[in-house]
Design a protein around this ligand. Structure first.
Ligand code: PLP
Length: 291
């Protein structure tokens, strides 16, 4: 698979692992995070996967597709009341056979609803937390590096960080000498670093999360970010999504500019997919298409 793309300049070699190329709709890292959950549902003879997400969720569409491809059913508990015009993401999820259940924003975050769902469905369905996070998600994400020839030769591995599940998975199989770099797509207080340390336990892995490149917070963007995405595409022919991978590429570029990576470093950047999320942008904002 032609998935490793070189961005190298001067003294630092930069390669991009194009998980966006795995499938036009299914987001790369979500596909990996789901594999162990799918296996569990199949091996225990369950009906399928039940999971949670918003109307543009990469995880929802990946689950709908992956479950269907595995011969399993899927249920998506969707945040917010059903709109008259549902999003393209949800339409596609439905076309892959997902049964969509809309719940109000209040109910969606209510632990009582989650307990009720577990009690009602937990026996016949594998319940996957939002975004495919959790121990099974980490295990699934740990397989991403098996796609990279000579993965051990990189000094740094960079990825976007939402829940940090992907970063934890990558870190769990990285060499002790390798440095993981996460670019947070969320504004904010740094609970991620603690979460990831806890997941990694006594596996000593070097990782650093940067919180400076979120452009206002989760799924927030500015005209500067859109401008960056178009410029990055013009220069490298790599499309990015505004929620995760554009912020990742922007962050990595800033780190390159400011000399964060020592000369001689070899940097692997994981493009985690998610392009379908650009459907929530205004038509014409981007010079590349999502499909
Ligand atoms: C969900 C997602 C992420 C964040 O992954 P985590 O494992 O939650 O940190 C990154 N990139 C894309 C494209 C995603 O869809």
């Amino acid at each position: 698979m032609d998935t490793v793309h070189s961005l190298s300049d001067q003294s630092v070699a930069v390669n991009v692992l194009r998980l966006d190329k795995i499938h036009s709709v299914v987001s790369g890292n979500k596909w990996f995070k789901l594999q162990k959950y799918l296996k569990n549902a199949l091996e225990s003879g369950q009906k399928g996967i039940l999971t949670f997400g918003g109307p543009y969720s990469n995880h929802i569409i990946a689950t709908a597709f992956a479950a269907s491809a595995a011969g399993l059913q899927s249920i998506g508990i969707i945040r917010g009341e059903e709109a008259r015009q549902i999003s393209g993401t949800l339409k596609d999820a439905r076309s892959f056979g997902m049964n969509l259940v809309f719940v109000s924003r209040e109910k969606y975050k209510d632990p009582v609803m989650h307990a009720e769902i577990t009690a009602e469905y937990g026996h016949e369905w594998t319940i996957v937390p939002e975004g495919g996070q959790g121990a099974q998600g980490i295990l699934g994400a740990s397989e991403i590096l098996s796609l990279v020839p000579g993965a051990d030769s990189y000094s740094h591995i960079c990825c976007a960080a939402g829940t940090g599940t992907t970063l934890a998975g990558l870190a769990s199989v990285a060499m002790p000498s390798q440095h993981l770099v996460g670019i947070s797509s969320l504004k904010g207080d740094d609970t991620l670093t603690g979460d990831i340390s806890a997941w990694l336990g006594n596996l000593n892995r070097r990782f650093t999360i940067f919180f400076d490149y979120h452009f206002g917070g989760y799924a927030k963007y500015s005209s500067d970010l859109i401008h960056f995405m178009n410029g990055f595409y013009a220069d490298n022919k790599i499309p990015t999504d505004f929620v995760y991978t554009a912020k990742l590429m922007y962050g990595v570029q800033q780190l390159l500019k400011t000399g964060y990576f020592q000369p001689g470093s070899k940097v692997l950047v994981i493009h985690s997919g998610g392009l379908q999320g650009n459907r929530s942008l205004k038509a014409g904002d981007l010079i590349f298409s999502n499909e």
